[in-house]
Design a binder for this molecule. Structure first.
Ligand code: SF4
Length: 476
């Protein structure tokens, strides 16, 4: 970590500024910053090319002890027999195994009890800590910002750069503080807040910004809710989203396997407390939202900004800004939903509870509360895919799997599953899926014509039970 670049000690700074400056090695002639990366997370889809380029250059991994790997995107969630039936998936799996073995990188293997979606296991193992810079070849690395880290997704060439040098050349973004004030109504969750932010600021509104989330709603959020929130910063265009660390953060980290232990934890605490934004820190922009105005939120179109409250009607073309009309027309045609019609009541074929946005234990508990004593509607295929082996184990200890199975849900092994459908869990044909994941792009869930409605796990549960988009508040 480098010098703080002549920082004025009296200037009030945001967490972003403090962490960035602590990790700045030097300013590059391009105007970018050479940034030291504290933690590099690796998975099977975006790392093989990085390792290959490293090999071609004859370079070792510079900091294998700062690099951790898991397999998540391509793993089947039933019948995990090796070799995998999908030869391409097996190839990626084997490449990750041999690359991590060759470079002495810790890999969390299937059956280790620690495998899972990279953005679920990093935090639950205590690898993700406040004040870190974290990179991973995956867009939703912003999730880790929930701990007060600067965390962002990188491309395969940058994976190579981090493997070889533990550094990246990065353009410093501006910082926008998003305050969510007041409180949320019952039946409204972190997923609704993050969709509401994207709806309000747009899918491109965050380009060039890091988002600092704050305000009373966020301060009361659990760590898992903060992770859901930060997970989708990238869907609003912000590569980085973060929450200042506080006692909720520290309580979550205490005792986790890779968190500092004993006196080292106490020493870390004073450093973590110091990196939170100063009370009167300066921001490039501040946006305030009122929690009570947020309803259970559902997408109707082909990007996460196409979102409305479940009690609203799908917008008419004339109600949208000029520059959004082309995309909206494509969305109406693709989704086969009627402008001006209510979204509630839209029939669904599939219900998916999972993904790095919403597959943690609190998500499963919330969904199970909705489901308990009820049954999935006839004709609906419903899946619950825990985010990690640890989440699955915990859920089974609490009997949640029995609740889901009794209601007609399939209970699966940990992985990305139908979020991206790089494994056998796919939509078929024009199926429409109520999904707790984070992207509703055309073809995202494995069928080129499949359709996705993003919503909270509680709303997915309600849709599964009723066979149509349903306001979960009616079932609570
Ligand atoms: S769950 Fe989905 S968004 Fe998250 S890492 Fe996996 S494929 Fe990416």
């Amino acid at each position: 970590m480098g010098e703080t670049g002549g920082q004025n000690p009296y200037e009030k700074r945001s967490l972003f500024d403090k962490v960035w400056d602590q990790h700045a090695v030097r300013e590059l002639p391009t105007g970018q910053t050479q940034l030291f990366i504290g933690l590099h997370l690796v998975h099977e889809v975006t790392s093989p090319q990085g390792f290959q380029m490293l090999r071609a250059a004859g370079l070792p991994v510079l900091f294998p002890e700062r690099t951790f790997a898991t397999v998540d995107h391509i793993v089947p969630t039933i019948g995990r027999v090796r070799p995998l039936a999908d030869s391409l998936a097996e190839e990626m799996f084997e490449a990750l195994e041999s690359n991590t073995a060759e470079h002495k990188i810790q890999m969390f293997h299937i059956g280790s009890g620690r495998q899972g979606i990279v953005h679920v296991i990093g935090p639950e193992l205590g690898l993700t800590q406040p004040g870190m810079t974290i990179a991973c070849g995956d867009s939703h690395t912003s999730t880790h910002g929930a701990f007060g880290a600067i965390a962002f997704g990188i491309g395969t060439t940058q994976v190579r750069d981090v493997l070889a040098t533990q550094c990246l050349a990065m353009q410093r973004p501006k910082v926008r503080r998003i305050e969510v004030r007041g409180q949320l109504s019952p039946g409204v969750y972190a997923k609704d807040v993050t969709l509401h932010v994207i709806r309000t600021l747009g899918v491109k509104g965050g380009i060039g910004f890091a988002y600092e989330y704050g305000g009373s709603v966020i301060e009361r959020f659990s760590m898992e809710e903060r992770m859901t929130l930060c997970n989708m910063a990238i869907e609003g265009g912000a590569r980085v989203g973060y929450v200042n660390p506080d006692e909720i953060t520290f309580d979550y980290l205490r005792g986790r396997p890779y968190a500092p232990q004993g006196q080292a934890f106490d020493r870390a605490l004073s450093w973590w407390r110091g990196i939170a934004s100063d009370p009167d820190a300066a921001y490039d922009d501040v946006v305030a939202l009122e929690g009570t105005t947020i309803a259970p939120t559902v997408t109707w179109g082909i990007h996460p900004g196409h979102a409305i409250g479940v009690d609203e009607c799908i917008p008419k073309l004339s109600e949208l800004p000029d520059d959004e009309r082309d995309t909206a027309e494509r969305a109406f045609a693709y989704m086969d939903l009627k402008p001006g019609a209510p979204l509630a009541g839209t029939p669904i074929d599939v219900a998916f509870i999972g993904s790095c946005t919403n597959s943690r234990i609190s998500d499963l508990r919330t969904a199970a509360q909705v489901v308990e004593g009820r049954h999935v509607a006839a004709g609906v295929r419903a899946l619950v895919v825990p985010g990690s082996e640890a989440v699955k184990r915990q859920a089974e200890e609490e009997g949640l799997h029995l609740v889901f199975r009794a209601a007609g849900f399939e209970w699966r092994e940990a992985g990305c599953s139908m979020c991206l459908a790089m494994n056998p869990d796919k939509l078929r044909g024009r199926e429409i899926c109520a999904s707790s994941s984070n992207r509703n792009f055309p073809g995202r869930q494995g069928s080129p014509s499949g359709r996705t409605l993003l919503m909270s796990p509680a709303m997915v549960a309600a849709a599964a039970l009723e066979g149509r988009v349903t306001d979960v508040r009616e079932l609570l």
